[in-house]
Every structure is written in structure tokens, then in C-alpha cells.
Design a protein around this ligand. Structure first.
Ligand code: 4HQ
Length: 247
């Protein structure tokens, strides 16, 4: 997979992409990162990339010209690097809320290419937004630039690329992977601040442990995120664990 990010702060993205599972996946060659600064495509002496909004109002808007040039350069680089059909993604609060399901879809094609536009200021000239393939929001809150949202998207995708996790099974256990929140986890010591690890986890009964974890996931999801359960059909076992009868 190749991911190119168009950003005014390429060092921020480059730096963050070196750490943890994402960084290791990159070292393993599972994905490549390209960075493009729209300022390098500005045409005036001041290298201007923003301007005042038509119609007035506070803040500045990123100009379509330099951004469009940077996006074109990123897509050309992708094609030259064996990604014939790059998909352009714009991070913005107005996008479709990102879900783990969508992350899994984006990660499913390890040979895919993504060009990610991270904006600053009040946003990007709408005529450029109109050219992107997909607009994604990482949450119903506002951050000061698209770099952290872009990094979150990239991180979520990169850790799912085959070979990124040392134990491939661990992605299956993620919160949301099966539409439920993750179960609680414990490690040593057996008692911490007077609180013991649940007995069942020390029992060695794998089937009981599996059922306990599933029950915990189900109860947590019902308690904290009932919206997730509403969009999911329960198996007979799951319904029983939640104390629901099957009619
Ligand atoms: N921004 N999900 C404004 C976000 C955001 C979000 C990114 C702030 C774009 C121009 N991006 N810039 N929430 O708040 O993706």
C-alpha cells in the first residue's frame, strides 16, 4: 500500500508515522508514505496557499490552485509507483464518520493507493473538495488541522495490513471488529490495590473464559454503546448471555 499526504506540516506526519506498529509496518515495507506540501506549488514570491473567504467572515481558506497541484503530483507519484488508481480522501468534520468497518475495507486491498488531504484554517476551497473521492470525519469535534485525523486514519489502516501485527489474531479481538466493545484485560499482579483479577481468568478453563469475555463485551456494549447493539443481530449464545430469551 502507498499513502500520500498533502499537508502544510509534512514533518508532523513523517515523525508520527515512525512509531509503534504503524512505524514497524512501514519498516517492513507493508506501506510507503509520500508527503507533499502545497506551499511548494505556490506561484507567488510569498508562497501563499490561503486567502480570505468570498462573502467575508473570519479565518482563511486554503486556495484550490496550489492544493490541486499538490494532489496531482501525489497521484502522479502513486501511478509511477505501481498504484494505478489512487483514491483521494479529505479529512473534515463534514465527512462520513469513520468506522472500523470502513477502516477494514480500506485496509483490505494491500496494493491500494490513498492520497489523503489534511487541511488547515477554516478549510479548503469547495471546488477542490468536489474533486475528492471520499470525505471522512474522525469524530464530532473540531481539531486545528487535518494532520492528526489523517494520522489516525493511516494508523488504523496500517495496523490491519497483513504482517503488521505480530499476532494476526489480535486484530480480531479489537473493539468493533465484531461490532462489540472489547472485554476488560488483566495482567500481573493477581491483586492490585485490593482488587483481584476475576477468578475465571485464572481457572484455565478456556471455554468458560471465552464465554465470560463475550458476556463482558456484550454488557459493556449494552451499557456504554447501545447504538452498536441496535445495528447488530445477536447470536443465540449472545442473547442468552445478555439474559434475553430467544423469542
Ligand atoms: N478538521 N475529522 C478543520 C477536523 C476533522 C475531523 C480537519 C478541522 C480539517 C480544516 N477532520 N480542518 N473532526 O476537525 O476530520
Amino acid at each position: 500500500m502507498r499513502i500520500d499526504v498533502v499537508t502544510l506540516f509534512p514533518e508532523m506526519v513523517e515523525h508520527a508515522a515512525r512509531f509503534g506498529i504503524t512505524g514497524r509496518a512501514r519498516e517492513r515495507g507493508l506501506w510507503r508514505l509520500g508527503l507533499w506540501n502545497p506551499r511548494d506549488f505556490a506561484t507567488d514570491n510569498h508562497r501563499t496557499i490561503d486567502d480570505r473567504p468570498y462573502g467575508g467572515g473570519p479565518g482563511m481558506v486554503m486556495m484550490a490552485g496550489p492544493l490541486g497541484q499538490a494532489l496531482d503530483a501525489a497521484r502522479d507519484a502513486q501511478r509511477a509507483d505501481g498504484c494505478p488508481a489512487p483514491r483521494t480522501i479529505y479529512l473534515s468534520p463534514a465527512g462520513a464518520p469513520l468506522t472500523h468497518r470502513r477502516v477494514m475495507e480500506l485496509a483490505r486491498a494491500p496494493d491500494a493507493g490513498y492520497v489523503v488531504l489534511a487541511g488547515r484554517y477554516e478549510g479548503v476551497d469547495e471546488r477542490l473538495v468536489a474533486t475528492v473521492d471520499e470525505e471522512i470525519a474522525i469524530g464530532d469535534f473540531v481539531v486545528s488541522g487535518g494532520e492528526l485525523p489523517a494520522l489516525m486514519l493511516i494508523d488504523a489502516i496500517a495496523r490491519l495490513l497483513p504482517g503488521a501485527l505480530n499476532d494476526e489474531k489480535s486484530a480480531l479481538e479489537d473493539s468493533f471488529a465484531d461490532g462489540l466493545l472489547d472485554c476488560p484485560h488483566y495482567t500481573r499482579p493477581e491483586v492490585y490495590e485490593g482488587i483481584a483479577v476475576p477468578d475465571v481468568l485464572l481457572s484455565g478453563h478456556h471455554e468458560e473464559i471465552r464465554r465470560w469475555r463475550l458476556a463482558q463485551s456484550l454488557r459493556r456494549t449494552r451499557e456504554r454503546r447501545p447504538d452498536l447493539l441496535a445495528g447488530r443481530t445477536l447470536t443465540k449464545e449472545e442473547a442468552a448471555l445478555l439474559g434475553l430469551n430467544d423469542n
